[in-house]
Design a protein around this ligand. Structure first.
Ligand SMILES: [Zn+2]
Length: 366
């Protein structure tokens, strides 16, 4: 019997919030502080879309998913030079790590989209991001990496050039490539050349697939694009053969509870993320676009715990397991495992005495 079996539901939620965590799926453009976005938009003369019936900009109010993607396009056009990249990366890492006790984050950015607006050199973007990340690490201890993401609404030729830019400007902190935006407008197989090029140069590969439609994109991203991880991938819950193969190969799925609800998946135990977890797939819970969706890793952990009926031991494993799948070297993964185990042991001791957690200092991690 777990030494924390006596915890009330509220105490288990608090234990869950205070667990150390990693985040492997969030987008730079979905993480800008509203004040920063408004300031940058004014600086560059970018009109932000009206997102409320009253006709004012509100990052947490979009009528539908495509409007959300359009808003991300507008946000991307507000990030121009190296200083902007440093600022937004710094703020994103500091805010998210503080909100959810994150120790390590991998953040998507869309270099070809920024370049389309401003012709900003890829190296300037990469160096700005790294500068912001270092500043955030000094401030909070959080470690960061970045994933150069293909916008699948741009052409395959643009995607291949993006991969060439990453290869020609190697940075240890830019660890791989991804692919996002509207699955209806960019099937994964169209980007095979870009992914093969990335694979030949040992870049790690992931892709958004099977988030709200197009179940076959999950298999195509695994088999044709050679992805190491899949972002979302919810349709695999209904494909036992593919699911078993993914499980056997240890493929990891970066899932996003809040945005799964946004796309119409059920909020309870029928949510495919719960089923993927029940079936033993390796999953992580991530915030995706926290400033757009009002999500946070902590909120999603607690919501998932209730939907899945998971106990503290299972939530502990859910926090630890993604460390095996993050794209840093084994030395860094080992250090994180050690750090997590130490923090979790201290947390378990704190919560082990009945009633103690009620009087313990409540974390700011919501
Ligand atoms: Zn995403």
């Amino acid at each position: 019997m777990s030494r924390l079996a006596h915890l009330t539901s509220e105490e288990s939620d608090e234990f869950t919030r205070r667990l150390p965590k990693v985040e492997l799926h969030c987008h730079l453009a979905g993480m800008l502080r509203p004040g920063t976005l408004i300031e940058l938009a004014a600086k560059y003369g970018i009109p932000l879309p009206d997102t409320t019936p009253e006709g004012v900009y509100d990052p947490c109010h979009q009528p539908h998913a495509v409007a959300s993607l359009n808003l991300l396009d507008a946000v991307i056009s507000c990030i121009k030079d190296r200083d902007d990249f440093a600022r937004v990366a710094h703020e994103a890492l500091v805010d998210s790590s503080r909100a959810s006790n994150l120790k390590y984050m991998e953040i998507f950015f869309n270099p070809a989209q920024h370049a389309a607006f401003w012709a900003t050199p890829y190296a300037d973007m990469a160096d700005g991001l790294i500068e912001g990340m270092r500043e955030a690490e000094r401030e909070t201890g959080v470690k960061g990496r970045f994933i150069a993401s293909i916008n699948r609404e741009q052409s395959p030729a643009v995607a291949t050039q993006l991969v060439r830019d990453v290869i020609d400007n190697p940075r240890d902190e830019i660890v791989g490539i991804g692919m996002d935006a509207n699955e209806a407008l960019g099937p994964p197989e169209a980007f095979q050349e870009a992914y093969e090029l990335a694979g030949r140069h040992r870049l790690r590969r992931t892709a958004h697939a099977g988030e709200w439609a197009f179940p076959r994109n999950v298999a195509t991203s695994i088999e044709t694009l050679g992805c190491d991880r899949i972002d979302h991938g919810y349709f695999i819950a209904a494909e036992p053969v593919l699911l078993q193969r993914a499980k056997d190969s240890g493929l990891h799925f970066t899932c996003c509870w809040s945005t799964s609800l946004y796309h119409g998946w059920p909020a309870g135990p029928q949510n495919p993320i719960v089923e993927m977890w029940r079936q033993g797939l390796s999953i992580s819970l991530n915030s995706d676009d926290p400033q757009l969706d009002g999500s946070s890793v902590n909120r999603d952990y607690v919501a998932f715990r209730h939907a899945a009926g998971a106990d503290t031991e299972q939530m502990k494993r859910l926090a630890l397991d993604p460390i095996d799948h993050l794209w840093a070297d084994e030395g860094e993964r080992r250090d994180l495992r050690r750090q997590f185990n130490t923090e979790i042991q201290a947390l378990e001791s704190e919560f082990a005495t009945p009633g103690a957690a009620l009087t313990a200092p409540q974390g700011a991690h919501r």
